[in-house]
Design a protein around this ligand. Structure first.
Ligand SMILES: Cc1ncc(COP(=O)(O)O)c(C=O)c1O
Length: 465
């Protein structure tokens, strides 16, 4: 057994954490002073911390635990696979059963001619693969200069140098010498924050046409691909107006631009279909997958590519791969996760029962004085906090100040709900029951009321001019 167990007192664990563990996307000095919460176990939609508190996880971890926590089947499969073949690679004329079976299963689930999978350890690695895939594809087709990838401001595609370059998070671009060359960003379709006087439909078209303008400006013979999340997740669950995606598809088709759908969050049931691309009605050439592929029980991701790309790439030595590409234990766990999603008809149940139930309650949140827009697709949803609904006003305070207060109220009420700037987002496990949804809303309402009181008390209920 490991030396550290769940029975060590919380303050000792916190002290060790602060001394040695660097947290992602955190100011570690502040965390150390505040003391982090130690999560010790989880079941269904609930986490338990080292003080024995049950916390409702409305984020499914990091948007990933689609089948919920505590499924023994995945643990059993992992143990069996570790005993049989804990590791082997697929680099040098070898393969193994879990990678074969998982690739075949993904090809069966993915729409159209998306039939080939290049495995990675997670979404960031998979998007790095995509950069090399699309550039190699066009080079092999005799167009090596067709290498610019267009993405969107406020997109999230991962945290490695390549994937963070594809992403459009200003804070990330400010550190570490990114973006890499030949990545171009256009504006996002966030009507609530940026739509001005346009109707959502007009705004959707305007933002989609920025892709066409960028292609014409950069040159059709220079643009390799457009990458986007069907529904932006980490950017704040931004749902594009209905006019947006058909126009994007038209533009990609017209200018022979590869369309990469980053399905890392949207894939595997999150939007009420197996893939977000089906929900928004697009036909990508490549899909990025991770998270819900294994419901987060093991780290695994990948790129699903269509027949044409696989054929072109297959004609050359693709000098790319990761030690853990198609890791047998992760692949076996993912396969078991997909079996559960499919056999228990979880995606159908989300579409027909859980998501409609959640939607009705979610949209009613706009009755709360602090809530402007409420958006939801399947089991991912967001609300925009605002000091004035009628004018869709932003707060005068530094963006994120109010969201942070609200998130802390949720946390104190044992509810994990994330803030992105001054938007609050959820992405709960897909297996959430109506009773658990009801319980979640009890905590959401209490947290919103407390946040409103706190914001008012701090004098923050003011609109930006
Ligand atoms: C849309 C999207 N793409 C890529 C990633 C990166 O995946 P990972 O953290 O597994 O590297 C994320 C992570 O949140 C994501 O939301």
């Amino acid at each position: 057994m490991s030396i550290i167990t769940n029975h060590v007192p919380t303050d000792e664990l916190q002290a060790l954490d602060s001394a040695h563990h660097m947290h992602p996307f955190s100011t570690n000095d502040e965390l150390g002073k505040e003391g982090v919460r130690v999560i010790t176990r989880a079941n269904g939609v609930y986490l338990t911390d080292s003080e024995g508190e049950d916390i409702l996880d409305a984020m499914a971890g990091l948007w990933c635990v689609n089948i919920g926590y505590g499924r023994d089947e995945l643990a059993d499969v992992a143990a069996r696979q570790m005993r049989e073949l804990p590791y082997y690679n697929t680099f040098f004329k070898t393969t193994h059963v879990p990678a074969i079976a998982l690739a075949a299963k993904i090809a069966e689930l993915a729409p159209g001619d998306l039939n080939h999978v290049f495995f990675a350890g997670g979404g960031s690695e998979a998007n790095d693969t995509n950069i090399r895939l699309v550039r190699t594809y066009w080079a092999e087709k005799g167009q090596p200069d067709k290498n610019i990838i267009i993405s969107r401001h406020n997109a999230y595609h991962g945290s490695s140098v390549g994937s963070a370059s594809l992403g459009g998070m200003a804070g990330m671009h400010a550190q570490g010498g990114i973006p890499i060359p030949d990545v171009h960003h256009i504006n996002q379709p966030d009507w609530w924050a940026e739509g001005g006087d346009l109707t959502p439909e007009e705004f959707g078209l305007t933002r989609a046409r920025e892709l066409e303008e960028a292609i014409l400006e950069l040159g059709e013979d220079r643009v390799a691909a457009f990458i986007a999340e069907p529904v932006q997740g980490a950017g704040g669950v931004i749902v594009a107006p209905d006019t947006y995606w058909p126009e994007i598809q038209r533009i990609c088709d017209k200018y022979d631009i590869l369309l990469i759908a980053d399905e890392v969050i949207c894939g595997f049931g999150r939007t009420g279909n197996w893939f977000g691309s089906e929900t928004v009605g697009i036909k990508p050439h490549i899909m990025t997958i991770a998270k819900g592929l294994s419901s987060g029980y093991a780290p695994i991701g990948g790129s699903i590519v269509n027949d044409e790309i696989a054929k072109v790439i297959g004609g050359t030595e693709f000098n790319h791969g990761y030690t853990y590409s198609g890791h047998p234990v992760a692949a076996a766990v993912a396969l078991e996760n997909l079996r559960i999603l499919e056999e228990e008809k979880i995606v159908d149940h989300v579409r027909d029962v859980t998501a409609p139930y959640l939607k009705e309650k979610w949209e009613a949140l706009t009755d709360h004085p602090l809530v402007g827009e409420a958006r939801i697709v399947g089991m991912m949803a967001s609300i925009a906090l605002t000091p004035d609904k009628a004018s869709r006003a932003k707060f005068a305070s530094e963006p994120g100040t109010v969201g942070y207060i609200c998130r802390d109220c949720c946390f104190a009420n044992n509810l994990i709900m994330r803030h992105v700037g001054d938007r609050m987002v959820i992405s709960p496990p897909l297996i959430m029951t109506p009773a658990e949804i009801d319980e979640m809303f009890v905590r959401i309402h209490k947290s919103l009321d407390e946040a409103q009181a706190e914001i008012t008390q701090q004098g923050l209920m003011k609109a930006a001019s």
